[in-house]
Design a protein around this ligand. Structure first.
Ligand SMILES: Cc1cc2nc3c(=O)[nH]c(=O)nc-3n(C[C@H](O)[C@H](O)[C@H](O)COP(=O)(O)O)c2cc1C
Length: 189
């Protein structure tokens, strides 16, 4: 597998987040992708269209847009908050989804994206993942459909140090990353 560059974003700011732990597992169990975990979500301010231009964007936002632009694909792990994705994640995606001056290009347009999610409930982020797919319809991003990585009852899948120990989930993550790499490869042809 070619070493494509992937920016991985967790929708949870929690220190012991299972979603961030899924991303760490993706770093460990993938065959050849260069996956970097984004840790700037906390610094992204609320979306403000008045500031959403190359001259006025907050530094953290400009940096995120630059990084999304530069990578070959995105990997997002989302928890489910009130049947949807966390506001912090949606807010960051909003900032990266625009080009009002029509001078910069749209960072998410046709960008290959893989989605996964963890939650301690029996539904395990299913509704959040569906909501996230819907967001990427408007941005015209290229989202991997299968396999779906749904770490329901997430507390049963990690050891005390936050290492993913559930073989089924590990296999699904490997399959998801393979599908992401194939998507990137096709996009480059
Ligand atoms: C505000 C809030 C709303 C939540 N709503 C849901 C929900 O609708 N469905 C669900 O399965 N879990 C819900 N949860 C539980 C989260 O899925 C759980 O906290 C999850 O573990 C967070 O992911 P993390 O381990 O990566 O931090 C909610 C949690 C919070 C804080």
């Amino acid at each position: 597998m070619t070493s494509y560059k992937i920016l991985a974003i967790s929708g949870s700011l929690r220190a012991d987040s299972h979603n961030t732990a899924l991303l760490r597992a993706a770093q460990k169990f993938n065959s050849g992708l260069d996956i970097e975990i984004y840790d700037g979500l906390r610094d992204i301010p609320p979306y403000d269209m008045d500031l959403d231009n190359p001259q006025n964007r907050p530094a953290a936002v400009a940096e995120l847009r630059r990084r999304v632009d530069e990578v070959d694909g995105l990997l997002i792990a989302t928890p489910e908050f009130n049947y949807s994705i966390p506001g912090v994640l949606k807010n960051a995606i909003d900032w990266v989804s625009t080009d009002w001056t029509k001078s910069e290009g749209l960072p998410l347009l046709h960008k290959p994206v893989a989605i996964m999610g963890a939650a301690p409930t029996n539904f395990g982020s299913v509704r959040a993942q569906l909501a996230l797919r819907q967001v990427f319809v408007w941005t015209e991003s290229d989202v991997v459909v299968k396999p779906e990585v749904i770490a329901f009852r997430s507390h049963e899948r990690f050891d005390e140090e936050g290492n993913l120990i559930d073989e089924t989930t590990i296999g699904l993550i490997e399959g998801l990353l393979e599908a992401l790499a194939k998507k990137i490869e096709r996009a480059k042809q």
